[in-house]
Write a protein that binds this ligand. Structure first.
Ligand SMILES: Nc1ncnc2c1ncn2[C@@H]1O[C@H](COP(=O)(O)OP(=O)(O)OP(=O)(O)O)[C@@H](O)[C@H]1O
Ligand SMILES: [Mg+2]
Length: 354
């Protein structure tokens, strides 16, 4: 209704009344024709055009019909009939207006609800972002501060007389390590937020797993690790971002490889896919490594939590946020008899949030 101009809406009322008059005249049935004209004008024009139609109909009714069927002696009946007509048209206009307002306020309430949900989501995302930024500043500051110290140590060794090249070289190489670490941290954060518009395509998760196994098999074999896959043939395809899903599997498999580097005995990395409940598919990545860090198991998904000398602690944090943006879940458990197992579920076909 709002999309139509005022002129169109009032014009509609005038046209409806004209048509009603033209139809009512030969059949001498003004009440139903004008009532219809008023209803159409109110419904499609709004309150103003509805009232205009009431006024025009009343004038036409009074001019052309009230006296037509009534002998002059029956004046009170004619007046009553006219009054009844007027009341009926006004009530119709009023009812239609009431219904429209109710619908509009319902639509407004729904819009407000949708808006506040969106706000809430944005706020919670911003909170995570704020937390991340605070810890990011801390995390990046450490290697940079170390790099500054090492660089000045390096300068001191270079200015010594006689100059000590070996000490200077060691300090310079520590600068390289520190600066690389700072840049690693920043790169991983960028990959978390650089999501851009996630691509949505049908992804065969088994294929993604096979690709990642091919990529990492060399590294695993070098450390005498066995890589085993158990992929169910009947798993549904997933609507998702292929590159992001590759990233998740890569993160999990590299973590498993890391965890097995220094363990004795069997070193086996197993990746399984199977059909889960409710149209979900379940992927699990298990290893026979060190196992999840005791007492800190619930922290492994936190940003920057790492037990590795050169880890950024962002791998699992990024992986979880990718899986959740696909409408799935990612969690960890102890593997039996040793090591860790990570499970992720993905819905086969849903609308994924952007
Ligand atoms: N398969 C696993 N077995 C045992 N511990 C694990 C395993 N995967 C993750 N963890 C623990 O969770 C921590 C966080 O893992 P995450 O992938 O987030 O970061 P990271 O591997 O330490 O660093 P990055 O991913 O940047 O190399 C690890 O440091 C490790 O303590
Ligand atoms: Mg990792």
């Amino acid at each position: 209704m709002k999309s139509r101009s005022k002129l169109e809406r009032y014009g509609l009322a005038v046209i409806c009344c004209g048509v009603a008059l033209a139809v009512a005249w030969p059949i001498n049935g003004p009440a139903s024709c004008f009532l219809l004209a008023v209803m159409v004008s109110s419904l499609f024009g709004g309150l103003g055009p509805g009232l205009l139609a009431v006024a025009l109909s009343a004038v036409a009714y009074e001019r052309f019909f009230v006296w037509r069927a009534t002998p002059p002696t029956d004046e009170p009946v004619a007046v009553l009939r006219f009054a009844a007509f007027l009341v009926a048209t006004l009530v119709v206009t009023g009812l239609i207006e009431m219904k429209r307002r109710a619908e509009e306020s319902h639509a407004r309430a729904e819009e407000a609800l949708r808006q506040s949900q969106a706000d809430l989501e944005r706020i919670s995302r911003l909170t995570t972002l704020a937390e991340l930024t605070a810890s990011l500043a801390h995390e990046v500051n450490q290697p940079i501060a170390a790099a500054v110290t090492d660089a000045s140590t390096c300068l001191r060794w270079l200015m010594r007389d006689p100059l000590d090249v070996e000490e200077a070289r060691q300090a310079a190489s520590r600068v390289v390590t520190d600066a690389t670490r700072a840049s690693d941290i920043i790169n991983r954060i960028r990959s978390l937020f650089k999501k851009g518009i996630p691509q949505r395509e049908l992804v065969d998760v088994n294929e993604v797993i096979r690709e990642m196994v091919v990529l990492l098999r060399g590294e695993a074999t070098r450390h005498s690790m066995l890589v085993r896959t158990e992929l169910a043939a009947d798993i549904p395809e997933v609507m998702g971002d292929r590159v992001q899903l590759q990233q998740v599997l890569m993160n999990l498999m590299i973590n498993s490889i890391d965890a097995m580097r220094n363990v004795e005995g069997t070193r086996e990395l197993a990746v399984k896919s199977q059909r889960g409940e409710n149209q979900h598919l379940v992927v699990s990545v298990s290893d026979t490594g060190l196992g999840l860090p005791r007492e800190q198991t619930d922290q492994i998904f936190n940003a920057f939590f790492t037990t590795k000398p050169h880890g950024t602690g962002m791998g699992l944090r990024i992986s979880r946020s990718i899986v959740e943006s696909h409408g799935g879940r990612l969690w960890a458990a102890d593997n039996f008899p040793r090591g860790a197992i990570f499970h992720l579920t993905l819905p086969s076909k849903v609308d994924v949030d952007e």
